[in-house]
Design a protein. Sequence first.
Length: 89
Amino acid sequence: MTDDDIICEVYRCSKRQEMYLYVDKAQGVGVLPQELLDGVGKLHAVMVLRLNKNRHLARADVRRVMDALRQHGFYLQMPPAEWPDATNA
């Protein structure tokens, strides 16, 4: 592990399907703003990850996630955009 690595914990949020909250594991969720916690609903721990600039994440840019964790203590991954069905247009 290098000094640039971040250990984060990922939580599934109950308010919206496919919304995930990444937090710095060393800080936990106790330091997060109450408005954020109210907006995401109940949190369900999903996994712990070691992030570094070479890590690939499926739906987020790892550098953006790491920057957000360093600056704000969290990164909120929103659900993928829903495209309207062309047959209903």
